[in-house]
Design a protein around this ligand. Structure first.
Ligand code: PEP
Ligand code: MG
Length: 762
């Protein structure tokens, strides 16, 4: 049998250059076409096709092909379960058939001219639970495709899923109509109270950020000077927009890798959609003014997207609005530079999108005041990770303030001072001085943390977003004890792809150099609900399909995450993988098996990855208490998640203020359990650390050291206080203290011992 050497590795590398593939295509159809051409070439297939799943009709439709009759694009349709392609998406599993015409599922489409092709290999394209489509390769020869081809096609499908999904959404668009409006007033203000969404402090002149979006929607009637713009002006504006987006993307990939691609890929995708730009061109050619043509098309898109029941579709309305606003601004202000918000300002705005926050960050915005409306968790997470103070208020009068008015934003408490008095400014300046002291603390951090009697304790950082890493390093973190991978999942509207995750994890490992990095697999559910997952509607989410249970159920999502982690760890000695919320040895073994399976698959794909990560578990559930010794043999390390451990052991919701008094880490059962966990780890010779809140609570640190814990992982900002506490303790005293706590049987008794030890003078 004549067979070319199929180059799976270079296929994955080429597909990995997704952004180029996308931006290099004139539109989304050519993007899909370039994709099938690339895949067919690498797999030496006679045919490669992509079928997209239409939500509305619940049918798969042929969207791009090489090898089949090109006239069949858009015509061949099949239901879920119909034919080999429909069966692939229904079962959500790859389907490889040696002789297609003999298969019971085979369905002949005369439009396609496909009866010559016997070998058939199809892989579903999905993003989490979302069905996106199917990618198929075919060959004349029977039994042509190998297991390694299946793996390579699967890997390609998973990398392409995000972009293909965007393409699919665009293709599904119908046009509708829509308009909105909005206005503002003015009054004298002094102190405005708001709610804090991201802490910090700023003193600067204000600027009211007129969202182009508001402008865009409210001005649906033609303006007098609109007619002076030409089609050439419009095209220039589109080109300028593409250029700006590329620049912004490059800048922010470094700074905020968790979400940069999410924002910019969506924007590029819309720009590439022929019915978006071409529709505007058509309207201009039919004598509509360019600004009105933009407004008209953008408004229609927004209406369609916002009426969707799916959160990720609604989010696209924001993207369209954001992009439309940018094109309009570039058109109208063609000759002036893009309106600079003015550097180092406090920005007041009615509405903000993630891309606005990023843009503002590049203008070194000092603080943001968001007026009216709610705030998505995206925006506050972004602001926090970019260190931008953010306050939300209902006071619309702020929008009428003249630009340049001085203001103070005290986002730590949510206060806004307009035109502050000397006294208020002085208080502010004093606070700034204390901040300098905080900087001095950095310099005071010791490289090593030793107790008074010379016992070493390792201090690690808990990291949520990569932008927290520099602080952790400044404060001498010895590594990352807990990287919560939820955040790349939380700040977006759909599951991130393997590639997107890879970029984030790789950067984390690179930044931390050779220091140990513990990456915890997705801990979704409970208090960390992913808006786009269907598995959210549970009566009792804390006890529901969350965390490792969710991952083991959603093997595709889990597998992609594990692959991304292992690939990111390639060539690194510091990789540790940790499973959250483990309840039984069986579950731990199942999770470990997924790691092994991913390794096997990546071996076949000739991918580089880390073959020897340490694999450990969070100790968070009381159910592990009776099998601790066995767990200590199975796992390479333990990390105690006291937040959940206390929650589950004491049956008290960790986030419910009404039962906060029952959340007692000093409960004798909790203290004794922690001791047993530490002991089991010591017996087996594995590392046991604590990464829940207890690890930074000054009153519990002596107990934790006293029972033998020698590594703590805390939020970066808490590292100085924790180090200070430890360096002021003697281990001998800590051990005696722990011993007396472990003897006590009442809550009141342990409370008293803790108080006496921690506040000896009272
Ligand atoms: C914990 O439960 O203590 C923990 C560290 O994990 P999380 O807070 O992310 O649930
Ligand atoms: Mg937890």
């Amino acid at each position: 049998m004549k067979r070319k050497n199929r180059d799976h590795l270079s296929l994955l590398c080429d597909i990995g250059e997704l952004a180029d593939l996308l931006t290099g295509s004139e539109n989304i159809f050519t993007f899909l076409q370039r994709t099938v051409e690339m895949v067919s070439r690498h797999l030496d297939a006679n045919v490669c096709s992509i079928y997209l799943y239409e939500q509305k009709s619940k049918e798969l439709v042929l969207a791009a092909t090489v090898g089949l009759n090109p006239q069949a694009v858009g015509k061949i349709r099949m239901k879920l379960g119909e034919g080999l392609v429909g069966t692939t998406l229904k079962t959500r599993k790859p389907l490889s058939v040696a002789k297609a015409s003999a298969d019971s599922h085979y369905k002949y489409f005369k439009e396609a001219d496909e009866d010559r092709f016997e070998s058939f290999l199809a892989v579903p394209i999905q993003r989490g639970e979302e069905k996106i489509g199917v990618i198929v390769v075919q060959h004349e020869e029977e039994s042509f495709f190998l297991t390694s081809d299946i793996n390579a096609l699967r890997a390609s499908a998973s990398q392409l899923a995000g972009s293909i999904e965007g393409a699919r959404l665009m293709m599904e668009l119908d046009m509708g109509n829509g308009k909105e409006n909005g206005l503002q007033e003015r009054v004298d203000l002094k102190l405005v109270k708001g709610e804090t969404a991201s802490g910090g402090y700023a003193l600067a002149p204000i600027v009211v950020y007129k969202k182009t979006q508001g402008y865009l929607l409210s001005d649906s009637a033609a303006r007098e000077d609109d007619a002076r713009y030409t089609l050439a002006d419009f095209r220039d504006a589109v080109e300028m927009t593409t250029r700006q987006l590329k620049e912004m993307e490059t800048g922010f990939v470094e700074r905020l890798p968790e979400s940069a691609s999410l924002i910019f890929t969506a924007h590029f995708m819309i720009l590439k959609d022929p019915s978006f730009i071409n529709k505007m061109v058509d309207l201009i050619n039919n004598s509509m003014s360019p600004p009105d043509a933009i407004r008209s098309v953008v408004n229609k898109y927004i209406r369609i997207f916002s009426s969707s029941p799916h959160a990720y579709m609604q989010e696209k309305a924001n993207d369209v609005e954001d992009l439309g606003g940018r094109i309009l601004r570039n058109l109208i202000q063609k000759n002036s530079k893009e309106p600079s918000i003015g550097q180092k300002r406090i920005v007041i705005s009615k509405e903000l999108f993630p891309s606005d926050v990023m843009k503002l960050a590049s203008d070194e915005v000092q603080a943001i005041i968001l007026v009216g409306g709610g705030i998505t968790s995206h925006i506050s997470i972004l602001a926090r990770s970019l260190n931008i103070p953010l306050v939300i208020t209902d006071n619309k009068e702020l929008l009428s303030l003249p630009g340049g008015t001085m203001a103070i934003v005290d986002a730590d408490v949510g206060n806004i001072y307009i035109d502050p008095s000397r006294d208020v400014i002085k208080t502010h300046e004093d606070r700034q001085k204390t901040k300098k002291t905080a900087r001095a603390i950095k310099n005071e951090m010791l490289n090593e943390t030793l107790t008074l009697d010379g016992e070493k304790v390792s201090l690690f950082a808990n990291i949520n977003l990569l932008s927290e890493v520099p602080l952790a390093l400044d404060l001498k973190a010895e590594g990352v004890g807990l990287y919560r991978t939820e955040f790349p999942f939380l700040v977006r509207s759909n599951f991130p792809t393997e590639e997107e995750q890879y970029v984030v994890y790789r950067r984390l490992l690179d930044h931390m150099d050779n220091r140990p990095v513990t990456i915890r697999t997705l801990d979704a559910g409970g208090d960390k609900i992913l808006a786009y997952s269907e598995i959210t509607d549970e009566d009792n989410p804390a006890l529901g399909l969350r965390s490792i249970r969710f991952s083991l159920k959603m093997k595709e999502v889990f597998g992609q995450q594990i692959r991304a982690i292992l690939r990111a760890g390639s060539g690194k000695k510091n990789l540790r993988i940790m499973f959250p919320m483990i309840s039984s040895i069986d579950e731990f073994n199942q999770a470990r098996k997924v790691v092994e399976e991913c390794m096997e698959a990546m071996d076949e794909e000739a991918l580089e990855f880390n073959r020897n990560p340490e694999i450990g578990m969070m100790v968070e559930l009381p159910s592990v208490m009776e099998t601790l010794d066995e767990f200590a043999l199975a796992a390479d390390f333990f990390s105690i998640g006291t937040n959940d451990f206390v929650q589950y052991m004491l049956a008290v919701d960790r986030g419910n203020k009404r039962v906060a008094e029952y959340f007692c880490p000093n409960h004798p059962s909790v203290l004794r359990s922690l001791y047993k966990i530490a002991l089991a780890g010591q017996k087996a010779g594995i590392d046991v650390s604590v990464c829940g809140e207890m690890a930074h609570e000054s009153e519990y640190i002596p107990f934790l050291l006293g029972i033998g814990i020698r590594s703590l992982s805390v939020n970066a900002k808490d590292l100085p206080a924790v180090q200070k506490r430890i360096t002021g303790l003697s281990m001998v005293d800590a051990q005696a203290h722990a011993k007396s706590l472990l003897k006590e049987v009442t809550l009141a008794g342990t409370r008293k011992i803790l108080d006496t030890f921690n506040n000896p003078s009272e």
